[in-house]
Design a protein around this ligand. Structure first.
Ligand code: AHR
Length: 368
């Protein structure tokens, strides 16, 4: 670790000199690539020959307990390995479950986990990653707040010889700057939500919908919108009355929904990019004297326990699963990378979908 730290400090100094010589325009130019383009490139790599899926069952909540497409963990490699993990923040129930799962899995393998939380601020997340580089950690993992703006720091990590793994969310940087991206297919999640809506409202000439968007510029917000539009974007029955970010938070979902309800008395459907915003919307709908799930239907994404309880109670009508249990796959991939083994460039999380009866059946064994 000491030798590695010295090498890393030297490499960091070289990188700093190189960056000073070049200025920052090179990195910002390429990080201005459109979010839509990055979604497309992330998904095309997902569809490529290197894409693999984890083998565990989704809807049991035991999904993603590891991937049989990755080499088994070598406990000796992970023991005392220093891994920096830069988390997005604590915006949702999903995020809390993801954080708990990553910390618990690190403990299981005796990893020295250096955990930071950016509280939704990309500059804080970049600062954490830079600190990990200076410390000379063995590997860096992070779930990026937004898709763009990572080229410079990823290049610094590469120059320092520190491998990077993305979990949960994609970036628009060149895939050569990180070893793998482990997480959901967010476009598929949006498509599943829209497919449910198409069936649910079949035969209805006009469906007035509102959208509670996730964090602006984040991969899940971009891709869940793309997925929805892939199925219903050209369907004349579906009219989007309003679409606004609730930042993946319950409070945000509630406030934005209050505004929607005040402006539009005739909402039929809410598409919430996550359960927390759907739960906030339920509060707003009830406060407006309407019945969520009946007067206004709701479809959301995540399947965290509170969302599943609302679904079981008939207040949400359908949930598409997004699994936060990424810890086993992350440390399996870390073990392989630190053990100099090849791994796939994309690892897609297996996920289910739930209606009311399926939520009632799944709840007793739901892990998060
Ligand atoms: O990136 C995953 C998304 O981030 C989850 O759907 C949402 O709840 C979280 O905040």
């Amino acid at each position: 670790m000491v030798t590695r730290k010295l090498a890393v400090l030297a490499a960091t100094a070289v990188a700093a000199l190189a960056l000073a010589a070049c200025g920052s325009s090179g990195s910002t130019a390429s990080s201005s690539t459109s979010a839509a383009a990055s979604s497309t490139s992330a998904e095309s790599s997902a569809a490529g020959s290197s894409a693999v899926e984890s083998s565990a069952a989704a809807s049991s909540g035991a999904a993603n307990a590891g991937s049989d497409e990755l080499p088994a963990v070598d406990p000796a490699v992970l023991k005392d390995a220093v891994i920096g993990f830069a988390q997005v923040g604590s915006e949702s129930g999903w995020r809390s479950a993801n954080t708990d799962n990553i910390k618990a899995t690190a403990e299981k393998y005796d990893v020295d986990l250096q955990f930071t939380s950016a509280e939704g601020d990309q500059s804080k997340q970049i600062a954490s990653i830079k600190t990990f580089i200076t410390q000379g950690v063995d590997l860096i993992a992070f779930s990026p707040v937004v898709e763009t703006g990572w080229d410079a720091v990823l290049n610094e990590a590469k120059t320092a010889g520190i491998p990077v793994i993305l979990t949960d969310r994609a970036v628009d940087s060149d895939p050569s700057l990180y070893r793998t991206f482990i997480g959901s297919d967010f476009i598929a999640e949006g498509e599943k939500a829209a497919t449910w809506a198409k069936t649910e409202f079949a035969g209805q000439d006009k469906v007035n919908m509102v959208v509670l968007e996730g964090t602006t510029g984040s991969a899940p917000a971009n891709d869940r919108a793309t997925g929805w539009n892939n199925i219903l974007g050209n369907d004349p029955a579906f009219t989007v009355l309003a679409s606004q970010t609730g930042d993946f938070t319950r409070d945000g979902g509630k406030k934005v929904m209050e505004g929607f309800l005040a402006a539009h008395p005739d909402i039929d459907l809410v598409y919430a990019h996550n359960d927390d915003m759907a739960l906030g919307a339920i509060e707003a709908i009830e406060a407006a004297g309407k019945v969520p799930g009946q007067d206004i239907k709701i479809v959301s994404i995540d399947a965290v326990k509170a969302g599943m309880e609302a679904l079981a109670a008939g207040k949400i009508n359908y949930i598409v699963e997004c699994s936060p249990l990424l810890g086993d796959q992350l440390f399996q991939a870390s073990s392989a990378v630190l053990g100099d083994q090849q791994i796939p460039a994309r690892i897609i999380t297996i996920e289910g979908e739930f209606d009311q009866q399926q939520a009632i059946a799944a709840l007793p064994t739901r892990q998060y």
